[in-house]
Design a protein around this ligand. Structure first.
Ligand SMILES: [Mg+2]
Length: 231
């Protein structure tokens, strides 16, 4: 029998295909603002956004910095500083909270684990956006806890984020906990900081980092069930 009782699951690009939802929400946002969402614009936004989230993981930016700066930087790059980045952020947030879809194998994974382990969502997303998507998807019923960093007051990979989760779980023991997520910088480093077992979901086969070593690595979500059985 597995020693694991508590399973923390990252939401975006682990259970949910965030990339897809983001592209849909961005296109709708740009069209609302009267801008045709070309591939170049979407790619530029993605790059700006990704680099800002990496800054947040390194403690070099706050969530508020990301939300106020990413559209401003993009519009400057497009030479369209006439468009309000504040309005863009508001439209985007509203639109994104209505967009969600499973990552391949996400639904099967949650159903396979449900009833066998205590399941928790551990997400760095914005509370209002994640609440909307979680509620639309109907997945809350599978989880014993839904931990959104903005609500806890700390983001992954900080120890404080995980301490906030652990404090809310009765009879919690680190030895019996694992986190599964796609981000080395937030999920895996966070799990290491918090002293729990880590599993890196790496569907694109991105190179590993010497300084952040996950206990396990999988390329499809179905492999996670076998890992839990083994440990
Ligand atoms: Mg993720």
């Amino acid at each position: 029998m597995s020693k694991i009782k508590h399973v923390f699951l990252d939401l975006d690009d682990t259970l949910f295909d965030f990339h897809k939802s983001e592209a849909v929400a961005l296109s709708k946002t740009f069209r609302t603002l009267g801008v045709e969402p070309t591939d170049d614009i979407l790619r530029d936004y993605s790059e700006i956004n990704r680099s800002m989230w990496q800054m947040l993981e390194r403690g070099e930016a706050t969530r508020a910095d990301i939300l106020t700066r990413r559209f401003r930087i993009l519009f400057e790059k497009m030479g369209r500083s006439d468009i309000s980045h504040v309005e863009a952020q508001a439209i985007y947030e509203r639109t994104l909270s209505g967009e969600w879809c499973w990552y391949t194998g996400g639904e099967e994974l949650v159903k396979a684990l449900y009833g066998k382990y205590h399941l928790y969502i551990a997400s760095n997303g914005t509370a209002v956006v994640q609440d909307g998507r979680i509620s639309l998807s109907g997945i809350a019923k599978y989880f014993d806890g839904i931990f959104i960093s903005q609500r806890i007051g700390y983001d992954k990979p900080s120890r404080e984020f995980f301490e906030g989760c652990f404090a809310a779980i009765p009879n919690f023991s680190r030895d019996e906990a694992i986190i599964l997520g796609d981000s080395l910088g937030s999920d895996i480093l966070g799990g290491i900081n918090a002293g729990i077992t880590t599993c890196h979901f790496n569907p694109k086969g991105l190179p590993q980092r010497e300084d952040i070593r996950a206990d396990y690595e999988i390329s499809t979500l179905s492999e996670f069930v076998d890992i839990l059985r083994r440990i």
